[in-house]
Design a protein around this ligand. Structure first.
Ligand code: FHN
Length: 466
């Protein structure tokens, strides 16, 4: 009797699962593969230690470069289809002018690596739906619609692996070109899903994600364009589980579902949300959140995609101090470049990345693989750390050099085991002053942007709470 029951159950399972299996799809579930906290720590380790990555927004919008019909269009370059309210039929010809003959993935990766970046996230498909990879799901891609005619992601992925960086992709859920999505009203944003066509779109999305896994094999899937009333947390959970089943080591941001709390990017507090890290955008949280992974994505000027009229470039000082501030709070910094249509990273971006690289060459140890500051706040700068059970290395990032040469570290009661300037190794003296520790500094800072003082503690960290 039991055998008949088992056979019946097996038959039902196969029949119900068959359509998915036939389409190469596991039956969709919303439960990701089982993972212990130690497993997750192992999966996230490279990402947490990286601390710094390059964001790349590139596509046919780079041809428009922030202009339409000869006039500048406000807003970010990659939003021009919406900003200038361009009909699809008038937007598509831009692809015929997308011919990045100067594209040099080896040079792009070298620029990122020399800046101290350890991963690259590039737009595989932005809101305009245009695919920078060879996809069988649509001909609205670089192979079929541009004179360039070749996949742009795989050469970059190969170069990342060759030069030791992680390759990652950004993929937008909102799609202004896909026939199942339609304008919500007077603009393209947010889209609505046409009645009865959500499954058509999610099948399309899954097929493209599978193509990306099979071709350029990203280490992070960075979702965006999730703020649609027809895209739900359950949809994100399903995609997250489906991706992790296919690539257990994959890391996925919180924009796969509906967790992010606006541009602040960390998850809303009303429930558990799917995704491995929060995504503050164009901002840095006031403090870190112990046990929460997050990455601030920011531009160097004001636009993500290239915009020829955006000259509002941040200084190298601001960019370095953003990196340090973010690392001191336990976050990652995803800093954007918007290459031109012919395949060049703008010189203003290259110049700033080179300046960051100069600082990182001397001080990268104080960023990579460090953890958040153990101090509530430091008036003169920031702190990053490497903490052991009976020892700690504190990296004191001095933005404002004390005029009297005395650097007060508030509440640090640990026995110190020596102090030095990170960039030169010059020894410094450190002594207790009540509940504080004072480090005696040279008259002038090594680097006015941020001079890093290394303070070793002999024994576990002991900090008086303020
Ligand atoms: O609308 C996009 C925008 O174009 C850009 O891609 C940023 C980067 O995180 N994300 C969205 C805005 O939140």
């Amino acid at each position: 009797m039991r055998n008949i029951q088992t056979l019946l159950l097996l038959f039902v399972a196969i029949v119900l699962g068959w359509p998915h299996l036939a389409a190469g799809e596991a039956p969709t579930s919303t439960t990701p593969p089982q993972e212990t906290p130690a497993d997750k720590d192992a999966r996230m380790r490279w990402w947490r230690e990286a601390r710094f990555g390059m964001f790349i927004h590139w596509g046919v919008y780079s041809v428009a470069a922030g202009e339409w019909n000869g006039k500048p269009v406000g807003g970010a370059g990659e939003w021009i289809m919406n900003g200038a309210d361009i009909p699809v039929a008038e937007y598509e010809p831009l692809a015929k002018r997308f011919n990045p003959l100067k594209y040099d993935p080896a040079e792009w990766v070298r620029i990122a690596k020399d800046a101290g970046m350890e991963y690259v996230v590039i737009t595989s498909k932005h809101h305009d739906g245009f695919c920078l990879f060879d996809t069988k799901t649509t001909d609205w891609d670089v192979v079929d619609r541009t004179p360039y005619g070749k996949d742009l992601l795989m050469p970059l992925a190969d170069e990342c692996r060759k030069q030791g960086l992680k390759f990652c992709t950004y993929h937008s859920i909102m799609d202004w070109h896909h026939p199942a999505q339609t304008r919500g009203g007077k603009t393209y944003n947010p889209t609505q899903i046409k009645p009865g066509r959500k499954q058509e779109f999610t099948d399309y999305l899954r097929a493209q994600l599978q193509e990306l896994l099979d071709s350029c094999d990203p280490e992070v899937m960075w979702f965006d364009g999730e703020w649609l009333d027809w895209w739900e947390e359950a949809d994100g959970r399903e995609i997250y589980a489906w991706l992790r089943e296919r690539k257990p080591s994959l890391i996925i941001n919180n924009r796969v579902g509906r967790g992010r709390d606006g541009m602040e990017g960390l998850n809303k507090g009303d429930q558990e949300y799917v995704g491995d890290f929060g995504t503050p955008e164009q901002q840095i949280p006031a403090t870190g959140v112990p046990g929460v992974d997050w990455e601030s994505c920011m531009t160097m000027n004001d636009t993500w995609g290239f915009h020829k009229h955006d000259h509002n470039w941040k200084s190298a000082e601001t960019l370095v101090r953003n990196l340090v501030d973010i690392a001191s709070k336990g976050g990652n910094y995803l800093l954007n470049v918007g290459p031109t249509a012919d395949g060049e990273i703008p010189p203003e971006s290259v110049e700033r990345l080179s300046a960051i690289g100069k600082w990182m060459h001397a001080n990268g140890e104080s960023i990579h693989a460090t953890t958040a500051s153990p101090f509530a706040a430091l008036a003169w700068g920031r702190c990053t750390a490497r903490q052991g059970d009976d020892h700690a290395t504190l990296y004191l990032h001095v933005f404002d050099w004390p005029p009297d040469g005395k650097l007060r570290v508030p509440g640090l009661r640990s026995k110190t085991g020596g102090a030095r300037l990170l960039a030169t190794g010059q020894a410094l003296t450190a002594e207790r002053d009540g509940d504080d520790t004072i480090v005696s500094l040279p008259v002038e800072p090594l680097d006015p942007i941020d001079t890093v003082v290394v303070l070793e503690t002999a024994g576990p960290l002991d900090i008086a709470t303020p």
